[in-house]
Ligand binder design. Sequence first.
Ligand SMILES: Cc1cc2nc3c(=O)[nH]c(=O)nc-3n(C[C@H](O)[C@H](O)[C@H](O)COP(=O)(O)OP(=O)(O)OC[C@H]3O[C@@H](n4cnc5c(N)ncnc54)[C@H](O)[C@@H]3O)c2cc1C
Length: 452
Amino acid sequence: MSVSQWLTVYKVLPRYLRYLGIVTWVDLILPLFLILGNSLALSIGVSDVRGLGKRAGLVSTINIMPLFLGGQMNVTVKGYGVGAGFFAIIHRWLSGILVVEGTVHLIVTLSTERPDSLTPSLAAAIAATVLIFAICLSSVLRRRGYEIFINSHYILSGAVIAALYLHNPTSVFTPPTIYLTIAVGLLIVTVLRRLTLTIYRSVGFKKPLSRASIHTIVYRRSRQENIPLLDAVHVHVRLPRKWTYRAGQYINLYMPGVSRTSFAQLHPFCVAWWYSKDGSDYIVLIIEKKHGFTKQLCSHRSIELNNSAEMVALIEGPYGRELDLDSYGTVLLFATGIGIAAQLSYIWQLLNRSQTGQSRTKKIQLYWQVEREVHMAWVADRMIELTSQDVSQILNIQIYVLSDYLSLETKEGSRIPRGDLEIDVTYKAMNVDSIVKQESGQRQGRLAILSK
Ligand SMILES: Cc1cc2nc3c(=O)[nH]c(=O)nc-3n(C[C@H](O)[C@H](O)[C@H](O)COP(=O)(O)OP(=O)(O)OC[C@H]3O[C@@H](n4cnc5c(N)ncnc54)[C@H](O)[C@@H]3O)c2cc1C
């Protein structure tokens, strides 16, 4: 499906479905498919309530297998060619279905078999059900405390497997226990694969480990006046070996030296751009300060503007699937805030390919909305490089600034072209609907829209 078609679908689906995480037809069809498949598995050959209870127990155990790939989603996505969004939907919905099936199994067993005492098997079944509910509830922590969420997710999932084994302690190669064995096996394989990938990317033969330097970002207001930014840094990672850099890639960054807890943290960041210097390859990440790892990382930036702090950085990846935009005459790229990091690599790639005749793109429009005017410095130098790479003049950049204007003379709604560069800065919120309407009226060739 093309990007533009994807966005059209995104728009036509009813708004209330988004509360269920459903935004596209794929999001809608996948859950229906999972519900239908599970309903069939629960009903075929089942004649009474007791049979339904037993089947629900079996099917829920089978569902655990794909869920154990979910924790290692990046590796799964890379290894088996499935999109990350696709897998996330499966993971979310299968977990919900598992809760329902586990509960049905427990309630039907309790009501039909009416056990006199709390046997170890029953206690384990109750414990497994409670743990599965706890896993679902822990998802509310995802936004507030990601590290607590992810670690409790792993611990609770391990506890569910142990409880299910105690509930039905057969040989590990006999159903239903074999499904638990397969789930654990899949987890071990993906963890090993992930470790191998990290070592491959971060350790080179007779080369030092990959290292990262943390650079302070500076807003250059005039020759004399430089404003250092406190809420983001550039991280340049020196790589022991190259890879084929492509648009849309991101890596998981592991920097144990950042804080006392960072040895247990892995964070995803887009590869904003890359370069070679003195025989080494570097990737550049733009990292915005949040409240945990990124806050600690920003605290390592040097007070002296020309200096940078260096520390060991291991890399897992690259992950992410490149969208093929080459056949589109007009490409509209939308970004808000740090989303710009993902769009820069697309601009570079499209400019590069259109120069070599590999792309049909005649017009690239970047629309970027920033919270504060100084945030333009996150990518200012890179934008100048991109505009100078644009010999055919197909790139146009529109920046929208929401607040904290640097000049007292700037009024809301004013629009300032930036010198010779194809960059306009407008001091108001970006109106995506009207931009898309206007651009689709003037498009050259097919239209692709990508938003971050
Ligand atoms: C594919 C991808 C690419 C990204 N690219 C960039 C980028 O180029 N630049 C940038 O500044 N940010 C990027 N992010 C966001 C970045 O990963 C988080 O801001 C960062 O992990 C927050 O770390 P923290 O401990 O400071 O977060 P906190 O302050 O603890 O949390 C802030 C937010 O980040 C989320 N978060 C925290 N840790 C993780 C994690 N390990 N994995 C996923 N989400 C997490 C939390 O759920 C929360 O919503 C990207 C995220 C993803 C998924």
